[in-house]
Write a protein that binds this ligand. Structure first.
Ligand SMILES: Nc1ncnc2c1ncn2[C@@H]1O[C@H](COP(=O)(O)OP(=O)(O)OP(=O)(O)O)[C@@H](O)[C@H]1O
Ligand SMILES: [Mg+2]
Length: 468
């Protein structure tokens, strides 16, 4: 009993973890119509119409799958929805197109070199669709006969009769097959497939001819036609894996278990070369297709000059994904050099990119985003409290206002109210400072803090030197 409760508890906890509310969990797509025109408010997306339209064009380009090695830069002020648009694009692509998301600073790990980290990210973003032909038996179950051995010796044996619209055949069953038939609760009148290579049995549904046997069917029963033609068929099965997964599985030092731990370390370049050659062969034989996916590098100004020049080359490779980057920096120093450049990105890489700008939101858009966030956080807010919160977003920042939703909702719950009112918002506004007020506060009381550097004195100059 105890163990069951424990298991249940764990289950519940896991589900709550999955449903946790993240900064972008309200985003469910790019909110475009069939003609790729952005709807004003859709799929959690609000405004920023031009950038979303442009992202829609990128989406079409990726879905087309033919163009690889393009780079797109989302550039704009903080909090203008760059990361949100990239997340929306990932949702719109669906599960079959690889999408890898990383922050520029992630490459500075001690376990692998910067270029290895980038190579892995690139290869995680390229899918290989492998086609396999398997032989299956597909038919409607006419009869299952199971014979129990008289004296416990040997396993069960039996016979299975299957029919299609044109033929009926009897198959001998071993004990393993009988076991899986019982496990899948297969009965007369079910339409099933049996994979000849693995012996795996799956039920497709119940035959229409049995639609009137009420007692054997539940409300969710799916009815299917009795299969036509031969009972034995060839079927094409398609798997999609990423190049990185193929690398890891074939890397002798790691093995496929590393895929679960994520601890893959560096992969030898010979392994990758062999895999590229093999995948090339499969493509020529028509056994596999390459699907270029998307690599999203957020905070791209955190990359340094070596990474940028590596990307320059990697983008020209035949098997390259579409790389989307985002930055909120203006003209700034390229990391690893003393040279300044727009967005902290070298000019030769900028030249290979198309740039999508994002612009600050107007008041109505801010209000709409805050409203969506309230719904996402299950927070009831009165109309005038929302107005005040919108004003706060205009004066300070969208992110700060979003943070206040959670805190205001907690405060109102403490006061045993069901709806967040103006006074709750006012309360948390006075409890938590935004960036502007915090700076103001520091300026006023700077002499009371440690290591004051505001006056541009010696300490500040020393700091400058070390940063350089
Ligand atoms: N157009 C939008 N529709 C809905 N939600 C949005 C929109 N734009 C931004 N948001 C939400 O506002 C918050 C801030 O936006 P986001 O993190 O995308 O900004 P950013 O441009 O990536 O900023 P930074 O440069 O600081 O990384 C997020 O919670 C995001 O989901
Ligand atoms: Mg961002």
């Amino acid at each position: 009993m105890a163990s069951i409760t424990a298991a249940k508890e764990q289950e519940v906890r896991e589900i709550t973890r999955i449903e946790r509310i993240g900064a972008h969990s309200h985003i469910r797509g790019l909110g475009l119509d069939d003609g790729l025109e952005p709807r004003k408010v859709s799929q959690g997306m609000v405004g920023q119409l031009k950038a979303r339209r442009a992202a829609g064009v990128v989406l079409a380009m990726v879905k087309d799958g033919k163009i690889a090695g393009r780079a797109v830069l989302l550039a704009g002020q903080p909090g203008t929805g760059k990361t949100a648009i990239a997340m929306g694009l990932a949702q719109a692509l669906g599960a079959d197109t690889p999408f890898t998301s990383m922050a520029g600073s992630e490459i500075y790990s001690l376990e692998m070199s910067k270029t290895e980290a980038l190579t892995q990210a690139i290869r995680k973003s390229i899918g290989v669709r492998i086609k396999e032909e398997t032989e299956i038996i597909e038919g409607e179950v006419v009869e299952i006969q199971v014979e129990r051995p008289a004296s416990g010796s040997g396993g069960k044996t039996g016979k299975l009769t299957l029919k299609s619209t044109e033929m009926e055949t009897m198959y001998d069953l071993g004990s393993k097959m009988i076991e899986s038939l019982t496990k899948e609760k297969i009965q007369t009148g079910d339409v099933i497939t049996i994979d000849k290579a693995t012996g795996k049995i799956s039920r497709l549904g119940r035959s229409f001819t049995r639609a009137r046997d009420y007692d054997a069917t539940g409300p969710q029963t799916r009815f299917v036609q009795c299969p036509e033609g031969e009972l034995q068929k060839r079927k094409e099965v398609v798997h999609t894996v990423t190049l990185h997964e193929v690398d890891v599985i074939n890397s002798r030092t790691h093995g496929f278990l590393a895929l679960f731990s994520g601890d893959t370390g560096e992969i030898k370049s010979e392994v990758r070369e062999q895999i590229n050659a093999k995948v090339g062969e499969w493509r020529e034989e028509g056994k596999a297709d390459i699907i270029p996916g998307v690599l999203f590098i957020d905070e791209v100004h955190m990359l340094d000059i070596e990474c940028f020049s590596f990307l320059n080359r990697a983008l020209e490779d035949e098997m390259a994904p579409i790389v989307i980057m985002a930055t909120n920096r203006g003209i700034t120093r390229i990391r690893g050099t003393n040279i300044s450049s727009p967005h902290g990105i070298p000019l030769d890489l900028l030249d290979r990119m198309v740039i999508i700008p994002t612009s600050p939101y107007e008041e109505p858009e801010l209000k709409e985003i805050l409203k969506i966030r309230c719904e996402e956080e299950d927070c009831e807010m009165s109309e005038d409290a929302l107005l005040v919160l919108t004003k706060i977003a205009v004066e300070t920042s969208l992110r700060y206002a979003i943070q206040l939703i959670t805190t205001a909702s907690l405060v109102s719950r403490k006061r045993k109210r069901t709806e967040v009112g103006i006074d709750d918002v006012k309360k948390v506004y006075s409890l938590f400072l935004d960036e502007g007020r915090s700076t103001q506060f520091l300026k006023e009381y700077q002499d009371e803090y440690l290591y004051d550097q505001s006056a541009g004195g010696d300490a500040a100059e020393a700091m400058e030197v070390t940063v350089q």
